[in-house]
Design a protein around this ligand. Sequence first.
Ligand SMILES: *Cc1c(COP(=O)(O)O)cnc(C)c1O
Length: 363
Amino acid sequence: MMSTLKIDMRSDTVTKPTAGMRQAIAHAEVGDDMNAEDPTVNRLEEVVCELLNKEAAVFACSGTQSNQMGVKVHCLPGDELLIEENGHIANFEAGGPAVLSGVSCRTIPGQWGMLDVDLLRGKIRADNQHLCTTRLVCVENTTNAGGGRAYPVDQLHRLGLWAHEQGLKVHMDGARLFNAVIAANSTAAEVCKHVDTISICFSKGLGCPMGSILVGKKDEIAKARRIRKLFGGAMRQAGIMAAACLYALDHHVDRMVDDHQNARVFAEMIAEIPGVIIDPDDVETNLVFFDVDRNLGNAGQLSAKLKQRGIGINASGSQRLRACTHLDVTQVDVEAAAQAIAECVAEGFSDVTGSVCGPYVRG
Ligand SMILES: *Cc1c(COP(=O)(O)O)cnc(C)c1O
């Protein structure tokens, strides 16, 4: 079904390829990537290695796929990974670590979806036949369900150095890595300095139809290529998609500043609405989480009422909604969306039938 939304802030995955991106796709040079003969995929892998100052990279279909490749590169069945409790790898990848790698996730409550050394200390299991083996720390940057936060670079460096001292590997779920780099006012190489493998999504704020990449050391990525094949993600003339990704790296990174600015404008406007609970200072990137007072109704009802007005903002919990800015949403759009929320609150929405599409809705 075609979306009839006028302003779609449900996710940054809803972006459509621009005219320039479609041109790049149309003109892509291609070959069989499984023979490493696709010049555009090869170029993308090189460009991302340079950006992150890492040795090797492998193109993949989706962020879920490249995350799960990362888990399997580092872990064996019976191993355990440590992750913040809201982490995508543990919550939103269909149980991937258990199913695909025989790995259990030990989830740790953190702040804004982030971990630090103090939270990890004491969580590494002893060498004992009763226990699984702690092998990997997964960090998410920016955090999604954690609130769209970017790790402070020094916190990430401390974490990486400490983990390595303990003999652990570190994988970064960088689905929104460039949002994190911009928010931290840093570089991708600096952010990823003490991380072993990084996965990046091209289909979020970068605006591509699909695509992801896993980056790391030569031997890790060689292993990841075999795993990609196993997971059904090895492709042939994938250069048509890699061309979109290269185009996005050239044209859609710097502009993410606008997405962050628009998120902030939106947050400041809705903070003024009685019964809408948010501190605009908590908004660092393109994800805006806010709550509605129970006396007004629930988040699913507000989401449904907004949808009637052509505005897409999903409920992510009983009282919580998530709005997302991206390259198909302008400042005028976010102002109109905020205005629509004010009107819905003024009219009331507790009579609307709505549902929550967030993760924790049963029981
Ligand atoms: C979107 C996202 C992914 C990848 O999800 P896909 O559905 O495979 O695109 C991974 N991690 C985070 C934090 C995400 O937001």
